[in-house]
Design a protein. Structure first.
Length: 84
């Protein structure tokens, strides 16, 4: 056990709100205020070697939520008009 660390020694932390079990990481990505870190081993080789793990499922969902937020121009993905 690597104590919550991936192969790249990056901690894998899921922040869960106790009152309703909301996964805060997921909500931030969904609203466009966070992004999925690309290119680390945790988002590539180590995840591919495990089938249907929580991490794999969550990363797929987070990637889709990030794509949706970009397409909708939410949060940090908002494009400002020159008039604003």
């Amino acid at each position: 056990d690597r104590g919550g660390y991936g192969r790249s020694n990056t901690p894998k932390v899921w922040i869960v709100r106790d009152q309703d079990d909301l996964i805060v990481n997921r909500e931030l990505v969904k609203l466009g205020y966070a992004f999925v870190r690309k290119g680390s081993q945790s988002t590539s080789t180590s995840v591919q070697s495990r089938s249907n793990s929580f991490e794999e499922i969550m990363l797929k969902e987070l990637n889709q939520l990030e794509k949706d937020a970009k397409n909708q121009g939410l949060g940090i993905f908002k494009v400002c008009n020159e008039d604003e």
